[in-house]
Write a protein that binds this ligand. Structure first.
Ligand code: RM4
Ligand code: MN
Ligand code: MN
Length: 435
């Protein structure tokens, strides 16, 4: 069921008119696929139910044209304030009905009145996901600089400032009914010898223990590892190994967050997912895609097979622990040459597609081939699922939840961005964007 909002930017009528045009074909394709899947022993309605229940959070910082460190190309009608970003998130939610939560980043998203913000979002059918702290930049008027680190800084007062910021994020998050804090920190070094690896990690653990102690009972803290950048010689939380060690040390509320772009090229990320979930430490996900580094490209746009393999592990983990396994799914992308609303909606589709294909894997047969040492047929079992065109399932799922069968088509036809261009100030193309 579509959740109805008072004054939607895209009217239900616009969605229904477009759906009415596409429905008959989608229904036929779905029936045909259902028949094919039934021959494979799969109940298409059960798969559909899982796809309909899936949701992923949208990052506030993904709504503006993020750009690269070399520059930005803002679009006319792009959002300037958090409230305008929320408006854009509402469009994504209306058209996909799969993104009911927004992930905020502080201090970027600080506002005067969080009740007002919560009400504004709720009126548009939106709530809030994990809050993100930022100690990787200095803010105007900030007392102490993070140039040489934040939570791991050699100076105790600087560490305290970073701790206080994280505690403040928790406080704000509580006002917004968020249930998790994500900590990604840029701390590291640019020169061999600049930093003592062990002492830096000790300081990290000491700082995080204070942040951890500030978590409400029903909250979690996610530690997001990243191989390099902005530090180019060493990073304190550089990989999942360091991340899980710290999570284990801190306690049960501490878990690891996997951002798909935060690994060396060719790293087996699906295996990292398996390892973290086996030990109950997979807390969350940042979906995006990459070719070389933390490229923040649209999810599934470079390597959809990898995304499918990641979802294979997620579906497997869920089947082992249906009630306990509950990672926070979020998008984390930067859009420089596309309209962020379009990119984010396409990404939601790619993620749903990967999930759907993973749900088609015949796990009993796969296990048989694995244990019978038949690598070729084990792989063929995965490929059978991956090679299935699941788009009819996605279309029917959208239809049933009241979303648009063709979100980008309805969005373009609505003229939303042009309407916003008439009332929003278009920023100049200055400065670098999010890296
Ligand atoms: C980082 C990381 C974080 C995000 C920032 C903006 O590379 O992915 O999740 O908060 O970028
Ligand atoms: Mn991230
Ligand atoms: Mn990143």
């Amino acid at each position: 069921m579509r959740n109805t909002v008072a004054t939607p930017a895209i009217t239900p009528d616009q969605i229904d008119t477009s759906n009415a045009r596409l429905e008959a074909e989608a229904v036929r394709d779905y029936a045909h696929l259902g028949e094919q899947l039934a021959r494979r022993g799969i109940d298409v309605e059960a798969v559909l139910a899982e796809v309909m229940a899936f949701s992923v959070a949208v990052p506030s910082w993904g709504l503006g044209t993020g750009g690269t460190r070399f520059g930005r190309y803002p679009i006319a009608g792009g959002p300037n304030t958090l409230f305008e970003k929320i408006e854009d998130c509402a469009v994504i939610q209306q058209l996909t009905q799969a993104t009911p939560r927004v992930s905020l980043h502080f201090p970027w998203d600080k506002v005067k009145d969080y009740d007002e913000l919560k009400g504004f979002a709720a009126a548009q059918g939106l709530g809030f996901d994990a809050v993100n702290s930022n100690t990787f930049q200095d803010q105007a008027g900030q007392g102490l600089s993070y140039k040489f680190g934040s939570l791991t800084h050699a100076d105790a007062a600087t560490r305290q400032q970073a701790i206080d910021h994280n505690l403040e994020c928790i406080e704000i998050g509580q006002k917004l009914d968020a249930k998790a804090l994500t900590v990604w920190l840029g701390d590291g070094s640019n020169f061999a010898g600049q930093s003592d690896f062990t002492r830096a990690l000790e300081r990290y653990l000491d700082s995080m223990a204070v942040v951890y102690a500030g978590l409400p009972d029903d909250w979690r803290v996610f530690m997001e590892h990243k191989l390099y950048e902005p530090a180019f010689y060493s990073t304190v939380i550089q990989d999942w190994g360091t991340s899980i060690l710290c999570a284990q040390k801190l306690g049960p509320k501490a878990q690891c967050l996997v951002d798909l772009g935060h690994h060396a090229p060719n790293v087996n990320i699906e295996m990292i997912v398996a390892r973290l979930s086996q030990f109950g430490k997979l807390g969350g996900f940042h979906f995006n895609d990459s070719k070389y580094g933390d490229d923040d490209l649209d999810a599934g746009s470079v390597n959809p097979f990898q995304l499918f393999l990641v979802f294979n592990e997620l579906v497997e983990a869920k089947s082992r622990d249906p009630h306990g396994f509950d990672p926070a799914y979020m998008l984390d992308q930067s859009h420089n040459i596309t309209d962020p609303i379009e990119s984010l909606m396409m990404s939601v589709g790619s993620i749903e597609q990967a999930l759907t294909r993973a749900l088609l894997i015949d796990r009993v047969t796969l296990r048989g081939y694995q244990d019978g040492n038949d690598p070729l047929m084990a792989h063929a079992t995965l490929k059978e699922a991956y090679d299935t065109d699941v788009r009819p399932i996605l279309k029917i799922a959208r239809l049933r939840v009241g979303a648009a069968i063709d979100p980008v088509g309805v969005y373009r036809a609505s003229g939303y961005r042009a309407q916003k261009a008439a009332i929003r100030i278009t920023q100049g193309a200055t400065g670098g964007g999010i890296v």
